[in-house]
Design a protein around this ligand. Sequence first.
Ligand code: ADP
Ligand code: MG
Length: 224
Amino acid sequence: MVVNGLTKLYQRGGNTVQALAGVSLSIPQGSQLAIMGPSGCGKTTLLHCLAGVLRPTTGSITLDGTEMTTLSEGAISELRLKHFGFVFQDGQLLPELPCQENIAMPLMLAGVARKEAIARAQQILVNLGLEGAGPYRPGQLSGGQAQRVAIGRALITNPKVVFADEPTGALDQSTGAEVMGVLTYACQSTGASLILVTHDPSVAARLPHEIHMRDGLIDQQVSR
Ligand code: ADP
Ligand code: MG
């Protein structure tokens, strides 16, 4: 994914807020990037633009040669469904559905037959160390287990990019570390890129690339 000169203006009341002021960066396929910075600096806005959830005001985002900013709404939702996975702070699993159906949902939405989707979800549960959890609802699991189910749901379509906004924000330190281990390993083993927003320097330090934002701009880049 190659990002060039991204800006985003929001209108609020009579005022204009510049959330992104010209962000350029390159995220090679399969790499892992943490987005850091103080509250209000534009992290979530950047993540949502990259994920095709929000249209930037100006600038370009190219994924495998496709310019995302000029795609129609329909084409953007298809791109999201097929090629992107999402992990949120609180999992956002569907509480009434068993874990295996939560994981299988994106495949079923993409038209895969239910039986096959559930079988793939079951395999993912095994890979995540949750083989017994399929029939349980998310509320019957611990926070860390539920977050692993959310990772399974993000990865079942074999996405090119996984987007995560504060995925460990609601977990204690050791559960957060465990979930980060599962997330980074899962992305590595499937070849998915990982783009993750965090406040926590110890979470960012687990990823090979890090950008720091301030006032809608990248003010520091770290690679290790
Ligand atoms: P972060 O995730 O780093 O906390 P955000 O991307 O959420 O930052 O916000 C960046 C700036 O844009 C902030 O000043 C915020 O108040 C503003 N902002 C975010 N979303 C909206 C919106 N929908 N309408 C108006 N202003 C917004
Ligand atoms: Mg945010």
